[in-house]
Ligand binder design. Sequence first.
Ligand code: ATP
Length: 298
Amino acid sequence: MSTIKAQPVGSPTRDQDREWTSLEAIEVTKRYGDVAALAGFSLTVARGEIVGLVGHNGAGKTTFVEVVSGLIRPDSGVVLIDGRPPAQARGQIGISPQHIALYPPITVREHLRLFGGIAGLRRQALRTEIDDLATGLHLTGFLDRPAGVLSGGQQRRTQAAVALIHRPSLLLLDEPTAGADPETRQALLNVVKQRAGEGAAIIYTTHYLNELTDLQATIAVARRGRIIARGSSAELLEGLPGEVRVAFADEVVQVSTTDPTTALVELLKGTDRQVESVELRRPDLDDLYHSLAVTDVD
Ligand code: ATP
């Protein structure tokens, strides 16, 4: 059985790190009756960093996003955004919630004007942001249509645009590509990368793990209301088994191993059987997910 690396998060950020840290959450708890949705959830995100927040259904990801955005109050713990509590940092936060939250009768352009205006954008500055997002997120064809008549994917893109319109320094994207087609997904990923490049701190929750590879995100794994592992995908995958598959003429041999190269050499050593194909599969983020399921003993 593979093990997940101990998390390096949880301790307060060192003073010298504060300048580049955008989000700092320490030991956050939130209960709903008997359910501990957050049970000591700690996570820091630096400016320009994309953190892929992953974990099984019910792990606490959305609850954490809601706490950080100030939508719900935690029972205990500390959340600071650029050194300030969420209630004082509203203008710096952009949130794309898991469930679509648009106003059906008003158009996409009106949504962007409304939310941009609330954030203080006016006239040309607002028009420029709307044009940028319309191009980047492929909204141009339906900018003047009411949100209520848009397809699911078009609504998702609109929702993301609402989160991005005021160029927030902290972006909370909760499954922003759920149900999106490949083109929609890629457009959004490109804009997310661009915003990170401009210095935004980004929390990106998803069940599509290959998106995190594309985003070159660092990964935080949530389970039962806590972060249990945090690091680059290479760090988190270290020690997980990959697979070697050798098809001989008369038999297919498949081995699960942490050292596929050595296993392959062993399989082929001294054999005089005819080899028809060889496949080496290194561990990927899906294996990380599976290892979590295996180690989830409750
Ligand atoms: P998913 O991947 O399914 O979106 P998640 O990791 O985002 O899951 P949360 O939505 O944060 O998980 O839920 C964490 C736990 O808290 C779950 O057990 C959920 O049922 C519970 N929970 C969340 N919100 C509420 C609420 N408003 N009332 C009661 N229980 C809640």
